[in-house]
Design a protein around this ligand. Structure first.
Ligand code: CA
Length: 339
């Protein structure tokens, strides 16, 4: 039979054990923090410590919620800017998809005279409309590309710090490769967007706020009050950073990830998941789509609350759009100092 004194001794020993484990864990964390602080710091990037988190939400196409572990990595502090993309285009002569004429092979049913370079520009509507048909507020505009976001009569003069847009998946991946980086996986992106908060609804916590991101205020898609100061994109960093020091992880522009799109997750715990092996969107099963994250200046709770960390959307890989940009990451290995 166990004696009372024996139980007390046992409890003391257990306390000592748990205290020892806590101190050892804390020492490991401190050692890691010191090691991290000595890493070369890529400019304009933030260290994302990695770890386990609950990915997804109970919302349709965002679940099931499942445990995911991601490794530490560097992530661009902000979305790629026009100035950064211009530097890349100048150095390499790179021409984006929006700047090239679509081909007969890509669009066999489109008349030849309409196969002209361009991109999808947000044009809104004159009054309230049913929100089940996005073609009502998107217009293919000839001459629209990253130099000319709303068409050939517009430009990016004075907009060096605005996010580059009208970049398709391949354009974004090409930039990241040139910079010695890569696009994030969806899991890496979501972990980083949460900023260290455990499964909060938003990147900043659980309370909705109009002051934390460039969104659509008013009634979508016909009345934008611009109460946050921006009708379309905003200079990067116009709103507060999240817990990892990243800006615009909510709103401004959607951001490409490297994952193919599927409408649900494998529920099994995963370590550094990279998405499904192929694209599958039941709405358009023959279209190749990747996951985009973060929402944009068009997000409004009446239509798209895509600025939540768990929110996700499928984007056709070759369609340049005015509300999609990107940022890059470097895996957790020490940075080599490339560019
Ligand atoms: Ca806005």
């Amino acid at each position: 039979m166990r004696s009372v004194s024996g139980l007390i001794v046992l409890a003391l020993v257990c306390c000592a054990c748990s205290e020892k484990a806590r101190v050892e864990r804390r020492n490991r964390e401190l050692a890691q923090a010191v090691a991290d602080s000595r890493r070369p710091k890529p400019p304009d990037m933030r260290w994302i410590p990695g770890g386990e988190f609950r990915m997804g939400s109970e919302n349709a196409t965002e679940g099931p919620v499942h445990p995911v572990t991601v490794s530490a990595l560097w992530m661009d502090t902000h979305e790629l800017t026009n100035a950064e993309f211009a530097k890349f285009a100048k150095a390499t002569g790179y021409v984006t998809v929006a700047e090239k004429a679509p081909t007969r092979e890509e669009f066999p049913d489109v008349p030849a005279e309409k196969l002209v370079p361009g991109a999808l520009v947000f044009t809104g509507t004159a009054s309230a409309v049913p929100l089940n048909d996005y073609t009502q507020w998107w217009t293919y505009r000839a001459g629209a590309n990253w130099h000319h976001p709303q068409g050939r009569d517009t430009d990016i003069d004075g907009k060096d710090r605005y996010p580059v847009v009208h970049v398709v998946y391949g354009d974004a991946a090409a930039y990241c490769a040139w910079a010695g980086k890569r696009l994030p996986t969806e899991a890496e992106w979501e972990f980083a967007a949460r900023g260290g908060l455990d499964h909060a609804t938003y990147a900043w916590g659980n309370q909705r706020s109009d002051k934390m991101a460039n969104l659509w205020e008013g009634e979508f898609p016909h009345h934008n009050t611009g109460a946050d100061g921006f009708q379309r994109t905003a200079p990067v960093g116009s709103f507060p950073p999240n817990g990892y020091g990243l800006v615009d992880m909510a709103g401004n522009v959607w951001e490409w990830t490297s994952d193919w799109y599927a409408p649900s997750f494998d529920p099994a715990p995963a370590i550094n998941p990279a998405g499904p092996r192929k694209s599958y969107d039941p709405i358009e099963p023959n279209t190749q789509k990747r996951v985009i994250k973060g929402g944009s200046f068009l997000c409004n709770d009446s239509y798209c609350s895509g600025y939540r960390p768990s929110a996700r959307m499928a984007a056709e890989v070759n369609t340049p759009m005015e509300h999609i940009g990107f940022r890059c990451v470097i895996g957790g290995e020490p940075w080599s100092g490339v560019r």
